[in-house]
Structure formats: structure tokens, C-alpha cells
Design a protein around this ligand. Sequence first.
Ligand code: ARG
Length: 420
Amino acid sequence: MAESNPELTATYLADPAEVHRVLLLYSGGLDTSVMLKWIQDEYGAEVVALTVNLGQPGEDYDVVRGKALQLGAIECHVVDAREEFARAYVLPAIKANAIYGLGYPLFTALGRPLIAKLAVEYARRTGCDTIAHGCTGKGNDQVRIETTVATLGPELKVVAPVREWRMGREEEVAYAREHGIPVKGGTESAPYSIDDNLWGRSSEGRWIEDLDHAPEPDVFQLVTRPEEAPDEPQLVTVEFEHGVPVALDGERLGLVELLERAADIGARHGVGIVDHIEDRIVGLKVRDIYEIPAAAIVLPAHQELEKLVGTIHQNQFKPALDQKWAYLVYAGLWWEPLRTDLDAYMDVVNAQVTGTIGLKLYRGSARVVTRESPNAIYDGPLASFSESGGLFAQAASPGFIELWSLQSRMAWRVRHRDEG
Ligand code: ARG
């Protein structure tokens, strides 16, 4: 092994002198476009660009590819990873009812390990020694990406130019202008920091950082504001088989299409706006505005169905595991074996999660209104034993009550024995 550079604070960081060919995770935005140029100039390295399609709406990948090549990338790969994202990342999250901190369905946290896994694969395939990403030094995404690279590609190094360069927005724009990189908007109006995929969209920055500033309408690019949503409610049904959403309004759909359709329906009705204060892994608290129209329909439907088919004991136990799952994923530990251990439990429980949930969507709310499952643990009006007490004799209840309350009654007596 070569002597490591003592300036480097982690063994997986690249020594600039050793960087020859870089796999750049490229979005086509300002930061990664500036990086594309900067890496060539500062490191004298070649750049292979990789853009991953996780279902971010309205992206033109031909434009992104053209831009990468125009800025000097020797190759640009665009990977449509929507299917893998939906199956292998979003689906386990649905089975785990995954929500972090009361409102965040983890779409970014789920996307990062897949993006970084693809970066490792493409770096190997194209002979790169280093992976570059555009995350800052303040967020969670650097943790998720670098953890993944260090886990799956230990021979690869990482550079995070945005974390290192001391360019502010104005210098970045100046650098871009100087190098012929197109800049949207003016210098003064920094855009929101956006991340999105088929499971949701987040906005950070600008006035969002002022906690007493209510959301400006222009932040909502996906979900109709509830006050502008139709005045007619819409009923939507979601059918599940073994925890997998398989049909919407009775129409069977592949998972990607189902999630995209659910997002459209929810967005139309103003469903899935979350104004969220979040505890980051890296200490800070942050405010995010989330638009999660698909998750706001599919998650409550799944949770409701799971509750219907589970016993009281399972239903009391699983939320603690769900929360643990969500935190591991939020915190960048997708590859931690405890996550897959938990998935095994999620799968066993979800084997019973078959049935259909109906929700009523109306001006920002999605409310469960109907439930139906062959596996429901429910002695409804149609069950033969419902009137008589069927599975147990009602006459047995007083005996149960006497034993059930025994310790509590004794304790009460002990605590009140001096009261005459
Ligand atoms: N706060 C969320 C998270 O940590 C979303 C981050 C979105 N990333 C971004 N670059 N805007 O997962």
C-alpha cells in the first residue's frame, strides 16, 4: 500500500495527486457542471459522467448527456434505475411503513445507496480510480454516498469538491460563466436545493431556512396547493398482495407505474405536503419542504391493511422495528446487516398483507374509508360467530376480567391501605 497522505481525514479520500480518471455523479445542475470542469482543471483528470434516473419528473436526459459531453466528459452514461429503485428500495420501505421523524418517507435516503452502488459499478467498468459527488459537508447525503462507496468499492477513492472548494454561489456562477457553463436564473436569486425521485421531492434553502417563514407558493412544483385543489373528492383504492402494491382503482400496474400514477392523483388533490424540521445525522437541525403525493397515499393504505391482518401483539411490536429500519436508512447504513435482518421480519409479517384499502382524497387530505382483506383478523357482521361470541363463550368474560385485573387491584389496595 502507498503511504497515505497525512492531510486526508479518511482513508477513502482521494489524494489529488493520485486521481487519474473520475466517475462523476452528474445531475446536470450548476454544482456538478462546475465540478465536471473543475476536476479536469484542478486534478488534470479525465471525467466519466453518470446520471441516474430514479423517476425525477420532467428531466430531459438527452440534454443532460449533451451538456456533460460538451463540458469535456469522455463518456456519459444515463442509467434508468427506476425499476430497481422501486423494487429493491421503495418496496422494503413500504413494508416497513418507513417514515423518519413523523413526516419524511426517506425518498432521498433510499435513492443515495442505489446511486452510489451504480457509481461503483460504472467506475469499475470504465476504469475510474475515484468517485466524485456534489454533496456539501453539512448534509446527510455525503454520509450515504461515501458509506456506500467505502463498503462496496473499497479500492475506490472519493472526492467531494463542493465540500472542499471555497466557492460561494457568486464565485461558482462566475466560474461557470468563464467556462461556458449555462446558468439558470440570475446571480442573486439562488435556487432552492432540490432533490427528487418517484417517491418524493424535497426543497431546502432560501427562506425555508427561516423557521417563521410560511411556505411561498413557488416552492410547490409537484403538489397542487390544497386551496387550489378540486372541490370534488376522489376515491382511490390500493390493492396489495403480500405487502406489494399491485393495483390502483382495480387496474393492475407494475410498481413504477403504480407509484407514478398514485403521485399524479395525490398531487392533483393537494395530498402530501410536509413542512418538516429534521434532525440530521451530522448534528444540525434542518427544515425541508417535502412533496410526497405517492407516499401519502400508499403508506397509510399499507399501514391500515397491515394493522387489519396483524394480531394485537404484532401490531404493538412492529412499529418499534419500523422506526429502527427508518433510522438506519436515514442515517446512511443501508448496507448494515441489521437492516436486512429487519427486512426478513418485515417480509414474514407482509406475507399476510393482502387486500384492498380505499382512501378519500380531498383538498390535502387522504383518509382511509374502506378496508377489505381475506386475511383480516376481524369478526365482522358476516362472520358466523359474531353474534354468539363464537370463538369464545361470552359467559367466560367475567372470569377473564377477574384474573386480568388481579395484580392491578391488589396494587391499588396496597397503595390505599392507610386510607381507612
Ligand atoms: N433532508 C432530507 C435527507 O436528508 C433530504 C435531503 C435532500 N437533499 C438535497 N440535496 N436537497 O434525506
